[in-house]
Ligand binder design. Structure first.
Ligand SMILES: [Zn+2]
Length: 350
């Protein structure tokens, strides 16, 4: 019997958010986190209607966002929605040391209290796009946790894995994959595996003291690569969370074979050892050789076997979209990865 189509959660409002530029190392560059990324994935999904089915998330999950993030962060986004015009882009200019997110969230000039980099702008519709992006993750988690769907995909854009409880940054506003993990945690143990090129510092920080959520991230070495201040191998958790955070920083130029070996030798054994009830994959595709941001050398054909490895774990799985900035091929990467997960799940003996 053919497997049912994979639900793809996406809301049209996510396309209205258009950050125009970024400040990178003092230079103004075209912002890589474009609507073309989501459009590429939607086109690939729509071309493959036997395998995928689009689903509208039902609402922005306000209670879940309030539980996960500092309330001031939500207020700041609604301030931006109220005060910025449709063509305005606002960057925090001063970044005081974070003091538990203290600052006036109704004054955009204090938004540096809630942000940790200069690449992540506020616009009038940041709130709506980020809220619906979070709703995709919440919807996918509910499909897997409550309705028994084996595999669901959140086309979350803007991405989320860098967002902490207190702060936005790294193109991320709400932590979408953490939201999915928090939902599933009420029903069992959860492993979050982050395969984006960048370390998932936000997800790590949100579960750093937890022994019920294992966080694993494979990424470019933070000595050279964003987010620089986190992602090192000696960050293993705190309190009862010690031993439940695994960082695997890798050198530049890693190819598909090397990547698969890392999964086989470190990532998958760690997940099996933890014996979770659910798997959340923070799926960034900026590991691609043509990606303008990352510097690994994976090719299109690598994403199916990577997905298959995760599918063979035989776990109910939520895949949450993170980075990936070579928009023209992003749809092919995402869909072949998802096919891989599903093929792995159905190939699994027993
Ligand atoms: Zn990334």
């Amino acid at each position: 019997m053919a497997a049912p189509p994979i639900p793809v959660f996406f809301h049209e409002a996510q396309l209205d958010f258009k950050p125009m530029y970024e400040w990178a190392f003092g230079e103004k560059i075209v912002h890589p986190e474009t609507t073309a990324r989501a459009e590429s994935i939607l086109a690939a999904v729509d071309r493959d209607a036997a395998a995928f089915r689009r689903v509208d998330p039902k609402e922005i999950p306000l209670p879940a966002l309030r539980a996960q993030h500092n309330y001031n962060l939500l207020t700041l986004y609604t301030t931006a929605a109220a005060k910025l015009g449709p063509k305005e882009t606002f960057y925090p200019m001063v970044f005081p040391r974070l003091r538990d997110g203290k600052g006036d969230p109704t004054n955009l000039h204090q938004s540096g209290a809630f942000c940790f980099d200069s690449g992540t702008p506020l616009t009038h519709n940041t709130w709506e796009a980020a809220g619906w992006s979070a709703a995709c993750a919440q919807g996918a988690a509910e499909a897997v946790g409550r309705k028994g769907v084996q595999l669901a995909y959140a086309l979350s854009r803007p991405p989320g894995h860098h967002a902490t409880r207190e702060a936005f940054g790294g193109y991320c506003y709400f932590n979408n994959n953490a939201l999915a993990a928090r939902y599933l945690r009420r029903r069992g143990r959860v492993a979050v595996v982050d395969i984006d090129f960048h370390h998932g510092n936000g997800s790590q920080s949100l579960f750093y003291k937890s022994d019920s959520v294992l966080t694993v991230s494979v990424h470019g070495d933070p000595r050279d690569v964003f987010p620089y201040f986190a992602g090192y191998a000696n960050e293993t958790g705190a309190g009862k969370g010690v031993g439940f955070n695994l960082n695997i920083p890798l050198e530049r130029g890693v190819d598909g074979q090397h990547y698969l070996r890392v999964l086989d030798d470190y990532v998958l054994p760690a997940v099996r050892h933890f014996a979770p009830d659910f798997l959340v994959i923070a799926a960034g595709f900026d590991t691609y050789t043509k990606d303008p941001v990352g510097d690994f050398t994976l090719v299109l054909d690598d994403y199916h076997p990577i997905g298959e490895r995760f599918g063979r774990l035989g776990l109910p799985t939520v895949v949450v979209q993170e980075g990936g900035y070579y928009a023209a091929h992003l749809g092919r990467m995402a869909t072949s990865f998802l096919h891989g997960v599903r093929d792995g799940q159905s190939a699994r003996p027993g």
